[in-house]
Design a protein around this ligand. Structure first.
Ligand code: ADP
Ligand code: MG
Ligand code: MG
Length: 247
């Protein structure tokens, strides 16, 4: 599904990704762990096509097509979903408007027509229910005044509505209390654990991995994957720290 080969990328003229390679197959969950400043978020931004995060070498294919050639919008339409460490607030646009537009853009990408208002609302409410999010929050401006936990639940509602092929989730667990962590973990499993979907879970800590069991764990350090293993690698990291494991 996703093939990253010797990827190099710069931010502000500084090389951050230094030859990163990673293969993700359909049906797999990959956790990416690593110290602060390793380039984890940069990897997510480069894959998502964020301006300022410039690929300078290597290649990335997604579902057999050159991902880096595509605009951010085309990447989303192709089935890539990016969950941010700090979700943006959009004053003046309600969650419902935003989610409906996001979904309809996806559907256009697949050659499908838009959902009616009624059909969409039914879908949005079902996803909100699944995440334990109050329906009232669907009417509020996107993320404005939401707590950290509410933003992350909202992001899972968005992911559930859109139904991406590949989700890249950056520090989805940061700042969550136990209940929100559990809800978000269950959301990831429910929405993304399927033979035709895959997840790249970027996280500092092992705790989210108690809820979302990865098939593979990778250590990203200094712009490269320096070690890969199974779920046990996350426990080893938690016990021994990145320094010992990545050395
Ligand atoms: P991680 O997510 O692993 O903590 P990041 O990808 O956020 O790491 O950052 C990797 C490196 O890139 C850091 O040295 C960081 O300072 C630098 N960096 C990331 N984004 C920017 C930016 N917008 N401007 C300048 N430097 C950046
Ligand atoms: Mg960081
Ligand atoms: Mg980061």
């Amino acid at each position: 599904m996703l093939k990253i080969d010797n990827l190099r990328a710069e931010v502000d003229g500084k090389e951050i990704l230094k030859g990163l390679s990673l293969d993700v197959n359909a049906g797999e969950v990959h956790a990416i762990m690593g110290p602060n400043g390793a380039g984890k978020s940069t990897l997510g931004y480069v894959l998502g096509g964020r301006p300022g995060y410039e690929p300078t070498g290597g290649s990335v294919t997604f579902a057999g097509e050159d991902l880096l050639e595509k605009s951010a919008h085309e990447r989303a339409a192709a089935g890539l979903f990016l969950g941010f460490q700090y979700p943006v607030e959009i004053p003046g646009i309600s969650n419902v408007q935003f989610l409906r537009e996001a979904l309809n853009a996806q559907r256009r990408g697949r050659g499908e027509g838009p959902l009616s208002g009624g059909e969409f609302l039914k879908l949005a409410r079902a996803q909100a229910d699944a995440l334990g999010m109050d329906h009232e929050m669907l009417k509020r401006p996107v993320n404005v005044g939401f707590s950290g936990g509410e933003k992350k639940r909202n992001e899972m509602v968005q992911m559930g509505i859109i139904g991406p092929k590949l989700a890249i989730l950056d520090e989805t667990d940061s700042g969550l209390d136990i209940d929100a962590l559990k809800a978000v973990g269950e959301g990831i499993n429910r929405i993304m654990r399927a033979p035709d979907k895959a997840v790249l879970l970027i996280t500092h800590y092992q705790r989210l991995l108690d809820y979302v069991q990865p098939d593979f764990v990778h250590v990203l350090a200094e712009g490269r994957i320096v070690r890969s293993g199974g779920p046990e690698l996350a426990h080893e990291l938690e016990r021994e720290g990145y320094g010992a494991v990545a050395a």
